[in-house]
Each structure stands twice: as structure tokens, then as C-alpha cells.
Ligand binder design. Structure first.
Ligand code: DX5
Ligand code: ZN
Length: 227
């Protein structure tokens, strides 16, 4: 299902931040079997965001549990010293925050030189102009629709115009527009209509344990909005 706003099919990337950390490997297998497209892994350092989560060793440990793309969201500052470690641990997409990197262009080149897909994430207050001069060095833009650090927060509708602006900036470049925070079957429709093609969802997937039903509902919410 695609349209002019979302040239590629809708991809669903459950965030394991909302998973049962005591059974992380099983949870990754479960969302894989439930039909997710990517596995979204929220790395937090307790400095860039007020929470602390996974080091490279955890990604290494869950890597054998799914062949799906590991979409690693680095909410860490600095990120540059750790790119190689997350790459070696099994990340397929490595996304750094524009706000946490004084040398964004160089970090993106490092990620691609490691053979990985390069992404840039923007916090809600960050203008889309920050990606203007790196559009040819990225494979993904991750728009935060919550202030990063925690799952289960309220979706920020203020970001919809930014999503639409970034979709226009992307043009016909092969860049995914991913949205992250407060995504459920209702907000999925809003972000898909605005131009998102990859949707991160944590609490909306893991909340009640019905992973396949929830992934399908989010996908349907987005696809029905762009027919
Ligand atoms: C927030 C993370 C998000 C979060 C999404 O800092 O980057 O990926 O886990 O969780 P929900 O979908 O519950 O907002
Ligand atoms: Zn995330």
C-alpha cells in the first residue's frame, strides 16, 4: 500500500522498550512471529535522555532471536564513540540524534562505512532544516512525536506538519520517514497521511500481549488512511 505521500509500503517497528526485559529474547522472537517488519531498539544513556537501557551486549544477546532488521535508536550523547560497537553487536540501522552530535555529517559517513543504514532523529523542538545538508548521506529520518526517554507518552500532534515537510524534502530519494512515540491505530493514520512510511510502536504493541493483533491494527490504521 503506497501513495505519493508514502512511496514505500508501511513498515511496523515495535519498540522493545515496552517488552518484558526478563524475557527479551523470547519477546523479540514473539514480535517477529507476530509480523513486525523491524525491531526498534531504544538505547538510552541517562544523559541525553533521563532513562538508561541497552548496551551493545544486550543487542548481541537478542540478535540470534530474529532475522528482522534491528532498527537501533541511539538516544545517547556522545554517540560517535559507540557506533562501531553497536554495528558489531548486530544493528542494521543506526540512528543518531541531530541534537547529540556536533559532527553529524561525519557520524553518518562512519555508519555507512560500517556497512549499516544511517538515520537521523529529531526531537520535537528541532526544526527539519537540520537535515537539509545531509539528505544524501541518510537512509532514514526518525521524527520524535514524544520527548524521548519513555514509552507510553501522549502523541504530539504538533509534529504532523514537520512530518509533511520532511516528506517533501525527501522527494524521490530512497529515505525512510519513521515516526516514534505515541503511535497506535488512530495516530498511525495521522502520521501515514502526513508522509510517514515506518511506524515505531511500543505500548500499543506490547500493552496487552496481543502482538499480532496490535501490529495488524496499527498497519491497517496507517494503510486505510492512505488508500
Ligand atoms: C521514546 C522511544 C520510543 C518509545 C515508543 O524515547 O524512542 O521508541 O519506546 O513507545 P510508545 O510507542 O509507547 O510511545
Ligand atoms: Zn525510539
Amino acid at each position: 500500500m503506497t501513495n505519493k505521500n508514502t512511496p514505500s509500503p508501511i513498515l511496523i517497528a515495535p519498540s522493545i522498550l515496552s517488552a518484558d526485559f526478563a524475557r527479551l529474547g523470547e519477546e523479540v522472537s514473539a514480535i517477529d512471529n507476530a509480523g513486525c517488519d523491524w525491531v526498534h531498539i531504544d538505547v538510552m544513556d541517562g544523559h541525553f535522555v533521563p532513562n538508561l537501557t541497552f548496551g551493545p551486549c544486550v543487542i548481541e544477546a537478542i540478535r540470534p532471536h530474529s532475522k528482522k532488521i534491528f532498527d537501533v535508536h541511539l538516544m545517547i550523547d556522545p554517540a560517535a564513540p559507540y557506533l562501531e560497537a553497536y554495528s558489531a553487536a548486530g544493528a542494521d540501522i543506526i540512528t543518531v540524534h541531530a541534537e547529540a552530535d556536533k559532527h553529524l555529517d561525519r557520524s553518518l559517513q562512519v555508519i555507512r562505512n560500517l556497512g549499516k543504514k544511517a538515520g537521523v532523529s529529531l526531537n520535537p523542538a528541532t526544526n527539519e532544516s537540520v537535515i537539509e545538508h545531509v539528505l544524501d548521506k541518510i537512509d532514514l529520518v526518525l521524527v520524535m512525536t514524544v520527548n524521548p526517554g519513555f514509552g507510553g507518552q501522549k502523541f504530539l500532534e504538533s509534529q504532523l506538519s514537520k512530518i509533511a515537510n520532511i516528506r517533501a524534502m525527501i522527494g524521490d530519494r530512497p529515505i525512510h520517514l519513521e515516526v516514534d512515540g505515541g503511535v497506535n491505530s488512530e495516530t498511525a493514520a495521522l502520521v501515514a497521511k502526513a508522509g510517514a512510511d515506518a511506524l515505531v510502536a511500543g505500548s500499543a504493541v506490547f500493552g496487552d500481549g496481543k502482538y499480532a493483533v496490535n501490529i495488524a491494527a496499527i498497519r491497517a490504521g496507517a494503510e486505510n488512511a492512505i488508500v
